[in-house]
Write a protein that binds this ligand. Structure first.
Ligand code: G7M
Length: 333
């Protein structure tokens, strides 16, 4: 990986965060010129999840020294594939018999190319932190008390966190502006509702993000009664906008926050209840309805509560927590 990094200040409330610079030979991001992946040279497979049918590859693009990550995920079926006018079973598809035994036949079915797509996310230039995030690692569960938060987690996220530029680009309409589903421009309670990077656009796996307009709310830990109007607004207007655009009712949505999040600018996940999106396990997802209710019962609930979360072995936060004796091993992933 190119070690050249520049300091990038996002706003006055946020810490200084490191953002990788493109190497001197390139200057142009690969995102501006890619139309296939023939230039990608694989160096390492970071993760291969056969259940999710996803793989994360580390490598470089021919003309660049910077590390690139290519995340590939086979997309799920959508019921419209099987509509009468669909070409799924047309003669453009092919069927090859693998074996036959009595009444049983096993085949390899190849539908038309466009109906067989793979969702690809490319991160370039990727930092060491990205590589760690997508590598298989042993994970540990930590019960984070308010003291542990103040003494370890908060200083850690102040020193080191992922760049939030992509969030500001969305809020300022510099990127993904044409993808915005709904926007409430209110300075304090407003938000932007936008499809998540991971969403393949199929209703069955609906996945949107509500990014709050206000800067400086890092995570669940910062929330108090002062944020109730913002949280209620997200829930009410976010669900209404999703119903109007996609016809999915509020009761069919899983609306939650992550703790710890990857990005410390408050955002809410809206996913289809029938979709097992990554990050919905109990050690990570906090339903927005619960969050609102907890704060209604106790305005400083999230300042006082112990919040368990998952930390990976190679994260620097892991080392810091380990030194404090705060870790309990749970599983390998
Ligand atoms: O774990 P955390 O709560 O921080 O989740 C952040 C979410 O932001 C994830 O679900 C990502 O898929 C999503 N995300 C990350 N990036 C870099 C982007 C982006 O550039 N655009 C959009 N629309 N979503 C993103």
């Amino acid at each position: 990986m190119d070690a050249t990094e520049s300091n990038h200040v996002n706003n006055s409330d946020s810490p200084v965060i490191k953002r990788p610079k493109l190497d001197d030979d390139t200057k142009i991001s690969v995102h501006e010129s890619l139309n296939n992946l023939s230039d990608f040279k694989l160096e390492k497979i970071l993760h291969n999840n056969t259940i999710r049918k996803s793989i994360c590859l580390q490598g470089v693009f021919n003309h660049s020294k910077d590390t690139a990550l290519v995340l590939l995920e086979k997309t799920g079926f959508t019921e419209t594939n099987f509509n009468e006018d669909s070409e799924f079973f047309s003669e453009k598809s092919s069927l090859k018999q693998v074996f036959r035994n009595d009444i049983y036949g096993n085949y390899e079915f190849l539908p038309k190319l466009e109906l067989n797509s793979i969702s690809a996310t490319i991160i370039h230039p990727a930092t060491d932190k990205h590589v760690k995030k997508y590598s298989i690692q042993t994970v540990y569960l930590v019960d984070e008390t308010p003291t542990l938060y103040e003494e370890v987690t908060l200083p850690h996220i102040t020193e080191e966190q992922f760049d939030l530029q992509w969030v500001y680009n969305i809020l300022e309409h510099k990127s993904e502006a044409d993808r915005i589903v709904y926007e409430d421009p209110d300075e304090t309670d407003g938000f932007v509702l936008i499809p998540d990077l991971k969403w393949d656009g199929k209703l069955e796996s609906l996945y949107l993000l509500g990014l709050v307009r206000v800067h400086g709310i890092k995570s669940l830990r910062d929330l108090t009664a002062a944020h109730l109007p913002l949280l209620r607004n997200l829930k009410e207007k976010g669900t209404k906008a999703i119903y109007e655009k996609y016809g999915v009712v509020a009761a069919q949505l899983r609306i939650y926050l992550h703790y710890q999040p990857s990005f410390y600018h408050l955002h809410v996940h809206f996913t289809n209840l029938s979709h097992d999106a990554p990050g919905i396990k109990t050690e990570k997802a906090h339903l927005l309805a619960n969050v609102i209710s907890n704060i209604e019962l106790m305005p400083d609930y999230y300042r006082k509560v112990t919040l368990p979360f998952i930390v990976r072995e190679e994260e620097t936060l892991f080392t810091k927590l380990e030194k404090k004796g705060a870790l309990t091993k749970v599983s390998s992933s």
